[in-house]
Design a protein around this ligand. Structure first.
Ligand code: AMP
Length: 187
């Protein structure tokens, strides 16, 4: 079963993805984590993307799509993909369809964790204290939220007519969201 967790930064996608990894024996594909790892390892890609990441701007499709490919085509991960932070634009959604078609897979469920701006700001401020992410300061949060509204949210139109699309109130407690997801997954 392949799943997309969709929503604004701070919606709780990563938290739910980690839970689903355990529950379904799946693999979390967090493009944010993959990119942060490149920076940590100080790779050539890492050096190219560090400024964009710190400023809360998107990393180019070329880089993200290339990094993503090997996970989608990994036989050990097949049908166990839990996407967290990808796709983030219409072109990425189309690219994901191409990769999935090319590897004989499909998306089984899309969960949209819907959270308002005020809740996101509060959550990310708390996350900043715990995770110390350099892109979690207020200015950057606001920029990331604007990018979400302009570029990512429109992707909902691409998915929302599918019967496997589920909108969940992402302002609920973590365990309430988890239990909603479980109901849709029938697990
Ligand atoms: P996240 O951990 O999902 O909040 O992502 C952190 C940052 O990584 C984003 O603000 C972007 O700079 C970059 N990033 C993560 N996923 C993507 C993506 N799918 N496309 C472009 N940039 C991304």
């Amino acid at each position: 079963m392949n799943i997309i967790l969709f929503g604004p930064p701070g919606a709780g996608k990563g938290t739910q993805a980690k839970y689903l990894v355990k529950k379904l024996n799946g693999f979390q594909i967090s493009t944010g984590d993959i990119l942060r790892e490149e920076i940590k390892k100080d790779t050539e890609i890492g050096r190219k993307i560090i400024n964009n990441m710190n400023e809360g701007k998107f990393v180019s499709d070329e880089i993200v799509n290339n990094l993503l490919k090997k996970y989608v085509f990994d036989q050990n991960k097949k049908e166990k993909l839990i996407f967290d932070g990808y796709p983030r634009s219409l072109s990425q959604a189309k690219n994901l369809d191409l990769l999935l078609n090319g590897s004989n897979q499909k998306i089984d469920h899309i969960f949209f964790l819907n959270v308002n701006k005020e809740t996101i700001i509060e959550r990310i401020k708390k996350r900043k204290i715990i995770e110390k992410r350099s892109d979690d300061d207020l200015d950057t949060i606001l920029k990331r939220y604007d990018t979400y509204i302009e570029t990512t949210r429109p992707v909902l139109d691409y998915y929302s007519k599918n019967s496997n699309f589920h909108e969940i109130d992402g302002s609920m407690e973590i365990n309430q969201i988890t239990s909603k997801i479980e109901t849709f997954l029938n697990v």
